[in-house]
Design a protein around this ligand. Structure first.
Ligand SMILES: [Fe+2]
Ligand SMILES: [Fe+2]
Length: 180
């Protein structure tokens, strides 16, 4: 496809996002299955539902423009999903692996936030205000997912991951608040 206008570029960005979201629809159930902490499993499952609405939101936008959303592979998301797969295939302490899954997922969310920010700004420039609002809605939801993951990491998982390989004596000292 030739890039002769901002509209061409805008449609190309949307196709990239559409492919990225579809890759995630496949990857998130695997992340959820690998997660050990129930709240992390739930967060991934909930974001799967949200991700499916992102896919249909993009489909509606393409329908409105009389365009097809297919025909592009988001290589960056391929790489990010590949990194998530590395964690899925890893053995180790469940909390450490949960922390690693969160790290992989947050990279994905930030990539999506960048993509939706770019597309929203193009939509505004093109006077596609309804589309811009939809893209902003998705952007906000990606941001919510990212913040939720930070909350889960800081709430319990990072501490459990840190405690994972501590000798028992040190662990109980840490629990009672004694440093040494
Ligand atoms: Fe999404
Ligand atoms: Fe997302």
């Amino acid at each position: 496809m030739s890039m002769d206008s901002l509209k061409d570029l805008y449609i190309d960005e949307l196709k990239d996002l559409y492919n990225a979201e579809n890759q995630l629809v496949k990857a998130l159930p695997k992340m959820a299955r690998k997660a050990s902490a129930p709240e992390l499993q739930r967060a991934f499952q909930e974001h799967l539902t949200v991700t499916k609405t992102h896919v249909s939101r993009l489909e509606k936008m393409f329908q409105g423009m009389g365009e097809k959303p297919t025909g592009k592979t988001c290589k960056a998301m391929k790489g990010l999903v590949e990194e998530g797969k590395e964690v899925i295939e890893e053995d180790g302490d469940p909390s450490v692996l949960d922390a690693a899954l969160i790290g992989a997922a947050q990279r994905v969310e930030h990539y999506e936030m960048a993509g939706y920010g770019v597309a929203r700004t193009f939509a505004r420039q093109l006077g596609e205000n309804k589309a811009a609002d939809l893209l902003q809605m998705t952007l906000d939801e990606e941001g919510d997912a990212d913040k939720k993951l930070t909350g889960i990491a800081e709430g319990s998982i990072n501490q459990k991951a840190e405690d994972a390989r501590k000798p028992a004596a040190k662990r109980s000292a840490a629990k009672s608040g004694k440093r040494r």
